[in-house]
Design a protein around this ligand. Structure first.
Ligand SMILES: C[S@@+](CC[C@H](N)C(=O)[O-])C[C@H]1O[C@@H](n2cnc3c(N)ncnc32)[C@H](O)[C@@H]1O
Length: 245
């Protein structure tokens, strides 16, 4: 996410190419739902597609326990669905987005149906994973029985992240190695560091493509709260449980 420093919307090349609407920065104050989790929301901002693609490649080098095609990709805090659409370019078993805000979820559903429709009518389109949006608080989500790779683009602050990791631990009890996390703009890295059930596999800066960086700068040109550096601090984690030596 752009570094902290009213939303101007510039069309991102991803949106232009695919006829979807995933742009803009929506501050926390405009994402109020009445749910208790609102207190920790950060903002809506779509991930740079190049960052997500690179992070998936980094993850694949960490020797996941299963082939990619067995994993459900779960985007916690799916927003308008950009990360879901990009993830569906990979042959995951399925892609699920979990989004608390109804307006964001509506836009994501529209984007997903346009994306699927245009892929169906294009015989040259690459095979892609099925995509589904769940309108729900992240803490209430019922996790799939498949291996999962969880994607997060800094959706909420530390108190909620702590609870989410505890919930994942409970839901995946006895299933060590079955859940990996790809975390972009890893502001809550200390929450992972404090939880021994999660092993850090990789941590560092991921650079966005020049095209994404230009779009990032254009999107935030009229903002005072954020700036763009062209890279994101990212982490890759594996749920290993607490029983390891
Ligand atoms: C930075 S955006 C990320 C969007 C998307 N993952 C992407 O990368 O394109 C974070 C999103 O998380 C959502 N969010 C925040 N707290 C949430 C919660 N407790 N449960 C579900 N979604 C949440 C916000 O409404 C916002 O749309």
């Amino acid at each position: 996410m752009p570094r902290k420093k009213s939303a101007a919307v510039a069309v991102h090349p991803f949106d232009e190419m695919h006829g979807v609407e995933t742009g803009g920065l929506v501050p926390a104050g405009e994402l109020v739902t009445g749910h208790a989790s609102d207190a920790h929301v950060t903002a809506y901002y779509g991930v740079a597609p190049s960052i997500l693609r690179t992070l998936v490649e980094i993850w694949l080098e960490t020797e996941p326990a299963h082939p990619l095609k067995r994993y459900t990709f779960v985007d916690i805090g799916a927003g308008k669905g950009r990360a879901m659409l990009v993830a569906s370019e990979f042959p995951f078993k399925q892609v699920v987005g979990v989004e608390l805000n109804a307006a964001m979820a509506d836009v994501a559903r529209r984007n997903v149906s346009h994306w699927e429709e245009s892929r169906r009518s294009d015989p040259t389109a690459r095979r892609h994973a099925q995509v589904r949006l769940v309108e729900q608080d992240a803490l209430e989500y019922a996790w799939p029985k498949t291996p999962c790779v969880v994607f997060m683009f800094h959706p909420f602050e530390a108190p909620l992240m702590k609870k989410l990791l505890q919930r994942i631990e409970k839901e995946f009890a006895g299933r060590a190695g079955e859940l990996d996390v790809l975390y972009v703009n890893a502001e809550c890295a200390s929450v992972f560091a404090a939880n021994p059930a999660f092993q850090k596999l990789w941590f560092g800066m991921v650079k966005m493509s020049p095209e994404d960086h230009a779009a990032d700068k254009a999107a935030i040109a009229q903002q005072v709260a954020y700036g763009s550096t062209g890279d994101e601090e990212c982490g890759v984690y594996r749920l290993v449980g607490r029983g390891r030596s």
